[in-house]
Design a protein around this ligand. Structure first.
Ligand SMILES: [Zn+2]
Ligand SMILES: [Zn+2]
Length: 262
C-alpha cells in the first residue's frame, strides 16, 4: 500500500510541477512570478521530479520548438516523424541534451523570458543526482514492496517526466477528439483529464498555448486552473490583465499571441 501511495504521489506531484512550472510558466509565460519565487519552484520541481528532472530552461526552449514546428521535421517529438513511441522519446532526449548543453543553435525568438538558474540546473540534471534519486526510490521499494511484482513500477518512477511527456506527445497527437480545426494533429485525449492534470486537452492547448485554463467545454475540467487562481490570489504569481469578458469566461484567457513568437 505504501508503494502504491508513493507511486501516485510521484505521478501527480511531478506532473503538477511539470505542467505548472516548466510548461505553463516556463515555455508559455501564462503568468509571471518574481525571481525569488522562481527559485522556490525550481527546488520543488527538483524534489518532486528527482531522477527525471528536466531543466525548466531547456524544457521551455524545446517545447517552444514543438509549438512552432508541430508535426514537421523540426518538431522535437512528432508521431508523424517517428516509427514508435520509443524512437520518438529517444529523439526527444537528443533534442533536450543538445539544448541543455548549448550544442543546438536556437533562434533568439525562442530564448526570451526563460526560467534561469544554471548552477542549480547543472546539479539537478547531473548523472550523480539522477543515480542518487534512483537509489533512494529503490531503497523505498526494498523496504515497503509486498512482493516483486511492485518493482515493475520502478522504471516508470525513474523516468516519470519522460513517461508523462510520452503520453501527451504521442497519444494526444494521435487519438482523441478535437474542438478546434488546426493545421496539426493535436487531439484532446480524454473528456475528463484525471490522469494528466489538464495536459491531455492538447487540441485546446495548441489553439491557445498561453491560456491559464486548458479546458474549454463544460466537462474539460483543468485541475491546475484553480490552483493558478489560488496562487494569484496569494500573490505568488501574477496573471495577465483580463477584460471583463475574459473574467467571466476564463477559457478565453489570455488571447495574447504565443509569447515566444511575438
Ligand atoms: Zn503538441
Ligand atoms: Zn505547450
Amino acid at each position: 500500500m505504501a508503494v502504491l501511495i508513493f507511486f501516485i504521489c510521484v505521478w501527480y506531484l511531478s506532473l503538477f510541477f511539470q505542467s505548472f512550472f516548466q510548461h505553463r510558466y516556463g515555455a508559455h509565460g501564462a503568468f509571471k512570478m518574481s525571481k525569488g519565487w522562481e527559485k522556490v519552484f525550481f527546488i520543488f520541481t527538483y524534489i518532486t521530479q528527482g531522477s527525471s528532472y528536466m531543466s525548466p530552461r531547456a524544457y521551455a526552449i524545446m517545447h517552444r520548438l514543438h509549438h512552432a514546428h508541430t508535426d514537421t521535421a523540426l518538431d522535437p517529438h512528432s508521431p508523424s516523424f517517428s516509427k514508435n513511441i520509443f524512437t520518438m522519446m529517444w529523439r526527444t532526449r537528443g533534442f533536450y541534451r543538445d539544448i541543455f548543453e548549448g550544442k543546438m543553435v536556437v533562434d533568439a525568438k525562442y530564448m526570451k523570458n526563460l526560467p534561469e538558474w544554471n548552477s542549480f540546473d547543472r546539479m539537478a540534471n547531473s548523472t550523480v543526482s539522477r543515480v542518487l534519486w534512483m537509489i533512494a526510490y529503490t531503497a523505498f521499494f526494498v523496504r515497503f514492496a509486498p512482493n516483486a511484482w511492485w518493482y515493475l513500477l520502478l522504471p516508470v518512477i525513474y523516468a516519470m517526466g519522460a513517461f508523462h511527456g510520452a503520453v501527451v506527445n504521442w497519444f494526444a497527437h494521435k487519438y482523441g477528439y478535437i474542438n478546434f480545426r488546426l493545421r496539426n494533429t493535436s487531439h484532446n485525449l480524454l473528456f475528463f483529464d484525471f490522469l494528466m492534470l489538464g495536459e491531455s486537452y492538447h487540441n485546446n492547448h495548441h489553439k491557445r498555448p498561453s491560456a491559464i485554463n486548458f479546458g474549454t467545454r463544460w466537462h474539460e475540467i483543468d485541475p491546475i486552473y484553480p490552483i493558478i487562481r489560488f496562487f494569484a490570489w496569494l500573490r505568488i504569481i501574477k496573471l495577465p490583465k483580463l477584460t471583463p469578458v475574459q473574467e467571466k469566461h476564463p477559457e478565453l484567457t489570455p488571447v495574447a499571441k504565443h509569447p515566444e513568437l511575438v
